[in-house]
Design a protein around this ligand. Structure first.
Ligand SMILES: Cc1cc2nc3c(=O)[nH]c(=O)nc-3n(C[C@H](O)[C@H](O)[C@H](O)COP(=O)(O)OP(=O)(O)OC[C@H]3O[C@@H](n4cnc5c(N)ncnc54)[C@H](O)[C@@H]3O)c2cc1C
Length: 404
């Protein structure tokens, strides 16, 4: 086990400043345009691919050569400091890759993860499809079904997924499906739907409050037929797991939950990046803006707000780094991943709201970026487990009681 340290390695500092440079030079200047357009920013993602930031090699390198777990949150904070919508467009495929890593065999990882990214000449995207129109938090309520045809060794998927990042525009869709409805959330399995599979289509594209450069849509599956090798983990393992559950023995955590648990410290880092952008901007503004003959920061009412913002951001980062380190070293005890995500989402929403307050009327206009950061921050209280779901996970972990 690696010791926990706040001191980043030289490699990590190098990655931090490399991503910061891209965020400052490319992402931040493009943020307003893509937020207004509300379209997937292909040219920016292509640039990210050209420098090696969008790609499975970066993910693999950052994760495998990092015993501390801190490299990804450090990189993600910088990227989202640039812009959260574009940041999600660059990081969204990572959720699909994480889904494959969580449940797939070695061969499946090697075959499908690179296809979630493609290369700069042939950009590809991945989508992780768990939520449904009638079941987001309530994963036991998923209905999209997968039925096995033994004669052809094929699975047939039917149903609708909702709120899917890169949904319908992705090349690889990782789909959580119900294989045994009687087992609730333990009767799920994950499937790869390969590029151009007939029957998969995009439903409505959502018009969103924030992260508008990130594409979010429904995904409709009508008799989508995939070969047996697209079942992540394989049929034998699935049958063994379902048999254990039916016998009343403890099954593995549900497929979707495994993915979310692994990604929560990274989502916390996204929120922290947005908060830091708003905090830094409002700090500079408070030094420049004069009212009653002096810079507004000379009023304790403003200075103390900034002091609280700085403190809360650092507190959220400490929780995110702790969770990332615990996750990497297999040491989660009290749902620390959920704690980090809960805290960081709230801090981001609060800090960005305070930033608008510090800018006054200007902060409320689209001439200044703080209103966009406030819109972007809010998603971190919602996706990958809402605020209340994180509270549920933490309260169950600390009490050992099944809180409902
Ligand atoms: C921009 C965006 C991108 C997304 N990307 C993806 C993606 O790529 N893949 C994917 O699978 N999903 C994605 N989601 C879906 C997201 O994870 C869900 O929206 C989220 O899990 C909440 O589900 P819901 O919207 O159905 O809300 P609900 O589950 O209906 O919750 C509504 C409210 O009730 C509360 N609530 C629910 N149950 C409880 C309870 N037991 N106790 C207390 N309060 C409760 C919730 O906290 C919330 O406040 C995305 C969503 C958005 C908005």
């Amino acid at each position: 086990m690696t010791d926990f340290s706040l001191k980043l390695s030289d490699d990590q500092i190098g990655i931090q400043s490399w991503v910061h440079g891209f965020a400052e030079d490319v992402v931040r200047p493009a943020a307003e345009e893509w937020d207004e357009k509300e379209e997937f920013p292909y040219p920016i993602v292509r640039q990210a691919a050209e420098i090696g930031l969008y790609g499975w090699e970066f993910m693999a390198e950052a994760m495998s050569n990092d015993p501390t777990g801190l490299t990804m949150p450090v990189a993600i904070e910088e990227l989202f400091w640039g812009d959260a919508g574009i940041g999600m467009a660059i990081m969204g495929s990572g959720l699909a890759a994480a889904g494959i890593l969580a449940s797939g065999s070695r061969d499946q990882v090697i075959e499908w993860v690179p296809q979630c990214y493609g290369d700069p000449q042939n950009l590809q995207l991945g989508a992780f499809c768990a939520s449904e129109p009638d079941a987001g938090s309530d994963v036991g309520g998923y209905r999209l079904s997968a039925k096995y045809n033994e004669a052809t060794d094929e699975w047939v998927l039917n149903g609708t997924k909702a709120w899917i990042t890169n949904g319908g525009i992705a090349d690889i869709h990782v789909v959580i499906a119900v294989v045994d409805p009687e087992l609730g959330s333990k009767g799920h399995a994950s499937f790869i739907v390969p590029p151009n599979t007939p029957g998969l289509s995009q439903g409505q594209k959502y018009k969103k409050h924030g992260i508008r450069a990130s594409h979010t849509a429904e995904v409709v599956l009508e008799d989508v037929t995939v070969p047996g090798r697209c079942l992540l983990g394989g049929k034998e393992k699935l049958d063994e797991r379902l048999a254990r559950v039916r016998e009343g023995k403890r099954g593995n955590a549900q497929a979707a939950m495994q993915t979310f648990e692994a990604t929560r410290p990274a989502v916390a880092a996204q929120a922290i990046g947005v908060a830091r952008a708003a905090y830094e901007y409002s700090l500079e503004y408070a030094k420049e803006r004069h009212a009653f003959g002096r810079p507004i920061i000379q009023n304790q009412g403003i200075a103390f707000m900034l002091a609280d913002m700085a403190t809360e951001i650092d507190a959220a980062r400490m929780l995110a780094w702790r969770a990332a380190w615990l996750g990497k070293n297999g040491q989660f005890e009290n749902a620390e991943g959920s704690m980090a995500k809960l805290k960081a989402g709230r801090v981001s929403t609060w800090v960005t709201e305070r930033a608008i307050q510090i800018l006054g009327g200007y902060g409320y206009t689209r001439e200044y970026p703080v209103e966009r950061w406030h819109r972007d921050a809010k998603i971190h209280d919602i996706f990958e487990g809402t605020e209340q779901i994180q509270q549920l996970v933490v309260s169950r972990a600390i009490s050992g009681i099944r809180i409902e």
